[in-house]
Structure formats: structure tokens, C-alpha cells
Design a protein around this ligand. Sequence first.
Ligand SMILES: NC(=O)c1ccc[n+]([C@@H]2O[C@H](COP(=O)([O-])OP(=O)(O)OC[C@H]3O[C@@H](n4cnc5c(N)ncnc54)[C@H](OP(=O)(O)O)[C@@H]3O)[C@@H](O)[C@H]2O)c1
Length: 213
Amino acid sequence: MSETSIAIIGTGNVGGALGARLAKAGYAVRFGARAGKDPGELLARAGNGASAHPPAEAVAGAEVVILAVPGKVAVAAATGLGSLEGKVLVDCTNPVGWDGGPVWSPPPEGSNSAALAAALPGARVVKAFNTFGAEFHADPSLPGGPADVQIAGDDDAARQQVAAIAERSGFTPVDAGPLRNAALLESLAVLWIHLATVGGRGRNAAFRLISRG
Ligand SMILES: NC(=O)c1ccc[n+]([C@@H]2O[C@H](COP(=O)([O-])OP(=O)(O)OC[C@H]3O[C@@H](n4cnc5c(N)ncnc54)[C@H](OP(=O)(O)O)[C@@H]3O)[C@@H](O)[C@H]2O)c1
């Protein structure tokens, strides 16, 4: 059986680290590198057959698309990728401003994920991989178990597919319910950024849900 192919749009801190992690987990990773970018370092880091393409070509050959671009350009970047009809669109972005600390600054639709769903009605939008720093996309390990990936989306099968990808790549998936809860996950990211920066705790912590039975 061929592996799920995953396009990574945005090849910076998050896209580069997560792409490498997914490639090592056995997924067919297709980086969407913008013109003028030399993908050599990215491909060397990821190995395992990862490839680089112009963004729309990376997406055309993929079942799952991971969006890891700056929050403000998420919709513009995603709508420029050609058809996303039927594809799972994993939104890692956070709309965050700064006023002495991070401030959640969502678009009128209520969250970046809701804005993506409105702009791309054929895409199966899922919020995930947005609530910890990029160091954890590279390596989710923590004492006692890996970092949680909270997953929100209205398409059950898409949410489950993202959970399976997260689990196979070494994260702990946590089903966070419908896409309206993407707003909560974006807010959780703001809390993480607050704690990591002005809160003084640094970037070496991540959220885990721990049950007592
Ligand atoms: N950094 C973190 O720890 C972290 C953690 C969780 C979530 N996030 C969220 O993840 C997203 C990415 O963060 P990052 O730190 O990885 O950012 P980054 O390092 O600045 O990388 C951004 C990537 O997006 C690309 N890009 C920028 N503008 C674009 C556009 N208009 N169209 C298409 N691609 C564009 C850039 O391409 P070029 O290289 O060609 O400029 C770059 O590859 C953000 O929304 C952020 O809030 C970040």
C-alpha cells in the first residue's frame, strides 16, 4: 500500500520541523517551496524520500495539506494553491498580535480555521499542531509521554486521519471536537506563547492532558 502523501505549505520553523518528523515516520512528504528558495537543507534534514516542488504542484500530488504560513496570510496562501477539493487541510496557523504579550487576533469568521473553511468550501479543514513551539514539531517527547496534538474539525474522517498521522509520528492526539473549537486551540496557542515569552517559562514545555483513571 502506498503511503499517505502530505504536502507542507510553509517551510519555516513549523513546516520544516514537522515535515522532517512526518518523513521519518514514513509519510511521503512533498514540501511546497516558494520560488527562490533552495530546498537543499530542508530535504537533507527530512531525508526518507521527501521531495520539494512549487507549492501548487506539491498540493496537487498530496492527499493531506499542512498549512504552516504566517497567520495573517493563511487564507491568501491557501487559496493560491489550486484545488483543495476533498483534501484534508491541516491548519497550524495562529492569528496573533502583540501588545506587551501575545494577543489572539482572529479574523471576522472567528478563527483562522473558520476563515479557511469559508474561503475553501471543498477542503476538509482541521485545526492541529498549533499549540506548542516548533521544537516540539521536531521532537514531541516530554517526561511521561509525548506532547498532545489537539485536533478540531467538522469532518470526522479527516479528524481521525490527522489523529492517526499525529500518533504514528510520535505525538499524542486529543480529539477537540468540531471546527468551532479551533478558536479555543488558537487561544491555547496564545497561552503557550504567553507562558513561553513574557510568562518567563521558556519554550521547553507543552500541554498534556493527564487522566487519573
Ligand atoms: N514558530 C512556532 O513555534 C509556531 C508554533 C505553532 C504554530 N505556529 C504557527 O505556524 C505558522 C508558521 O510559523 P513559523 O514559525 O513556521 O513561520 P516561519 O518560520 O516564518 O515560516 C513561514 C513560512 O511561510 C511561508 N510564507 C510566508 N508568506 C507566505 C505567503 N504569502 N504565501 C505562501 N507562503 C508564505 C514562508 O516562505 P518563505 O520561506 O519563502 O518566506 C515560510 O516558509 C504561523 O501561523 C505560526 O503562528 C508557529
